[in-house]
Design a protein around this ligand. Structure first.
Ligand code: ZN
Ligand code: ZN
Length: 519
């Protein structure tokens, strides 16, 4: 035995023995208790960095501990190998993204092995290989069949420099996460997965995490789903033919305090009536729309801005006519794109009303408080629940009682109903990229949008494509790829040329390790 520890010699010897004997392969059938030690899969960028080493050493220590405690341990690793860096390399250095990726994987696997990490290498998954992304497509078709995958025209975050669409997270602060340049908006037809169908399930699932996860992480997740329980209420336009503006509110008990309706600049009613507005109003609305196209930092409050359109809407509870404004703090993407402004009881509305000198009325007071004079000035928004005042037949009720009975009244009268809204959006998965899983959809002039047949999966990427980084899908220039036969009528048709967001790959890889050779 050597008297010193010669790392290269000893480690190489044992690493070979481990590898030859399959020392870390999980056993398929045995009576030991099972333990699944999972670490996030790396992106094959070329080299490991110390963050990888730190993360994977922690996981390895746990895997070893469990193994020595007698568990049958599954400790796999794989590669999140689709994505933009491979395409960037193709643009900058003219390399084939596939070759670049495979070489990086080889180099990084060597590094992981030299670190002595105890992986079950036999279960590796590679997101960019057809045997893996076939199942991205399989899931997509299943979701399509269930109505959970659909296509719609949307405004996307767009980086002019990278010529790429970005998720909200990738455009946070209004700046591109890759290049740091300002993000703009662009209209595109995109495929979506209906994550919102699972909003309640996602919230309920958080209860299971209560004991093991930090509270602030759970709270962030809850806020991200952003469930609001309230009601839809229809305000009729004073002019027009029974036109209505639907608002969502969590505080129907404050409806006698409404001083205006505020619409998003993109609201359909605005489009419909814009010709009837004065030139000054039209110009202001155009300005507000342009402002919205500029990058915004969602963390920073923008200064409230808006304009009175001159239209009036009728409060269905009080019969009162209130002005219809367009405001920059109302988003078409959230709720209904229209809010009832209650400055006495909502801080944002208070700020807006104060800035534009709109009337502010108090309709909720603390229990036992002095009655309110109708013209009493209101110094600040009072958002707590309490007892209704100046609220017609509902005066004297508590907020909780009022919410129940006023919602029921709205429903009985046909101008409203109980409703839930979420901040969570459906997931836009289309990317105008080469290096991703092709979306298994075919467009036929006769049959319209037709899903690829399951037996034709995987829809394979071509060997290469001309990747210029100019924003168009590279696959749209590869006839061998996009020329397809319609699965329905057999006629000539065209394949979807967008690929899936790489987060599709990394949203199910941990299942693949358990079933890695399933074809
Ligand atoms: Zn960029
Ligand atoms: Zn057809």
């Amino acid at each position: 035995m050597d008297e010193k520890y010669f790392a290269k010699k000893i480690e190489a010897k044992w690493q070979k023995i481990w590898s030859d004997s399959g020392a870390f392969a999980a056993e398929i059938v045995n009576d030991k208790p099972k333990f699944y030690q999972l670490e996030m899969l790396p992106y094959p960028s070329g080299n490991l960095h110390m963050g990888h080493v730190r993360n994977y050493s922690v996981g390895d220590a746990i895997a070893w501990y469990k193994r020595l405690k007698g568990f049958n341990v599954l400790h796999p690793i794989g590669w999140d190998s689709f994505g933009q860096p491979a395409e960037d390399a193709a643009v900058k250095r003219g390399v084939n993204p596939r070759d670049w990726t495979e070489e990086n994987i080889k180099a990084m696997r060597g590094q992981l092995e030299r670190l002595g990490l105890s992986y079950d290498w036999g279960r590796q998954m590679f997101a960019h290989r057809p045997d893996y992304y076939k199942f991205d497509q399989w899931f997509f078709l299943k979701m399509y069949d269930m109505g959970l995958a659909y296509k719609k025209l949307t405004q996307v975050n767009w980086c002019e420099t990278d010529q790429a669409t970005l998720s909200n997270e990738q455009a946070s602060g209004g700046l591109c996460w890759r290049c740091g340049n300002p993000v703009t908006k662009k209209d595109l037809e995109q495929w979506f997965l209906k994550t919102t169908a699972y909003a309640d399930e996602l919230i309920d699932g958080l209860d299971e995490l209560e004991s093991g996860w930090p509270q602030h992480v759970i709270k962030r997740q809850r806020d991200w789903i952003g469930k609001s329980v309230g009601a839809f209420i229809d305000f009729s336009l004073a002019q027009g033919e029974h036109e209505q503006i639907k608002v969502f509110t969590t505080r129907i008990d404050t409806i006698f305090g409404v001083n205006s309706i505020v619409l998003a600049a993109e609201h359909p009613i605005v489009d419909q009536y814009i010709e009837s507005f004065s030139e000054a109003v039209q110009a202001k609305i155009e300005e507000l729309r342009q402002e919205k196209l500029k990058p915004t930092d969602r963390e920073v409050e923008i200064e409230k801005d808006g304009i009175d359109t001159g239209m009036k809407a009728v409060n269905p509870f009080s019969g009162e006519e209130v002005p219809v404004w367009v405001g920059n703090y109302v988003m078409m993407e959230y709720g209904t794109g229209a809010v009832m402004s209650v400055p006495g009881h909502d801080e944002r509305d208070f700020e807006f009303a104060s800035k534009f000198g709109l009337p502010i009325r108090r309709v909720i007071v603390d229990p036992g408080a002095d009655p309110v004079e109708p013209d009493e000035s209101v110094e600040a928004a009072h958002y707590q629940k309490g007892v209704l005042v100046q609220s017609g037949d509902w005066t004297g009720l508590s907020s909780e009682q009022a919410i129940t009975v006023m919602t029921a009244h709205a429903r009985a009268q046909g101008f409203g109903e109980a409703a839930k809204t979420y901040r969570l959006r459906d997931w836009g998965i289309s990317r105008q990229r080469f290096w991703g899983s092709p979306i298994p959809i075919i467009y036929c002039d006769e049959c319209g949008t037709v899903p690829e047949k399951f037996e034709n999966l995987p829809v394979e990427l071509p060997e290469n494509a001309s990747i210029t980084g100019t924003g168009e899908s590279p696959l749209a220039k590869v006839p061998e790829f996009y020329e397809a036969e319609c699965p329905k009528c057999g006629g000539a048709a065209r394949r979807e040329t967008d690929t899936m967001d790489t987060f599709v790959d990394s949203s199910w890889y941990f299942f693949r390790y358990t079933d890695h050779d399933n074809e």
